[in-house]
Ligand binder design. Structure first.
Ligand SMILES: Nc1nc2c(ncn2[C@@H]2O[C@H](COP(=O)(O)OP(=O)(O)OP(=O)(O)O)[C@@H](O)[C@H]2O)c(=O)[nH]1
Ligand SMILES: [Mg+2]
Length: 214
């Protein structure tokens, strides 16, 4: 990831405080199919996939954050988790190790974002449909929703993304994380202040106008 992310406008994370913006991160080992890109080499690049979704009567801009070759890092850069509203954890049904490693990803996620909605995605089911008979219990205890998916043929992909976008938006409106609550309070306080200032200016203008009229 770039060193000074603050200088890249796309990576200005303040925008995620706004009601119309959510950030969803993808976690999981390399080559599990997080980006569904046919590629031989992993890169260390950070990719943002932008999507616009209608949730209820609101239009929200969704940024999906994705990095490549994640298990090569000991851990992810904290800014990857910063202000994330939901997390999609992916493993490859054909590679057991990628399932085992979910525990590590989940542990790290919860260090940074203790409360955000998260789900477990079993990808590449097209390679062996019998896997859908198997049970993958990781996440059950924590109540994480589970999806059998094929990024290659599209099975369940839209449903999973829709559910997660909705959960990210719900979380944003009702954060159960203490720091998020403080941030939201601050934001509405600032909005009130701005409204008050605007009203005060209005009043001033009115009285200016009335003086002119006199
Ligand atoms: N059969 C099958 N192959 C898939 C599926 N999704 C991804 N792949 C293949 O799996 C390989 C890895 O996919 P990527 O999307 O690059 O995986 P990634 O998790 O983004 O990997 P990194 O970027 O290295 O972290 C590619 O060859 C994809 O074509 C799927 O649903 N089914
Ligand atoms: Mg990738």
């Amino acid at each position: 990831m770039a060193g000074d992310v603050g200088s890249i406008p796309e990576l200005d994370q303040q925008k995620y405080d706004s009601d119309q913006q959510v950030k969803i991160i993808c976690l999981g080992d390399s080559a599990v199919g997080k980006s569904n890109r046919p590629q031989q080499l992993s890169t260390y690049a950070l990719t943002l996939y932008k999507h616009v979704a209608d949730v209820g009567n609101k239009t929200v801009a969704v940024d999906f954050w994705d990095t490549a070759g994640q298990e090569r890092f000991q851990s992810m850069h904290p800014s990857y988790y910063h202000k994330a509203h939901a997390c999609i954890m992916v493993f490859d049904v054909q590679r057991k190790i990628t399932y085992k490693n979910l525990a590590n990803w989940y542990k790290e996620l919860r260090e940074y974002r203790p409360e955000i909605p998260c789900c477990v995605v079993a990808n590449k089911i097209d390679a062996d449909l019998k896997v859908t008979q198997r049970s993958f219990n990781f996440g059950k205890k924590q109540g994480l929703p589970f999806y059998f998916v094929s990024a290659a043929d599209g099975t369940n992909v839209v449903k999973m993304f829709r559910d997660m976008i909705k959960r990210a938006v719900d979380y944003k409106q009702n954060p159960s994380d203490f720091m998020d609550e403080v941030l939201q309070e601050l934001e509405s306080f600032q909005l009130e202040k701005m409204e008050e200032n605007a009203e005060a200016e209005d009043e001033e203008q009115k009285s200016d106008q009335s003086t002119e009229l006199l």
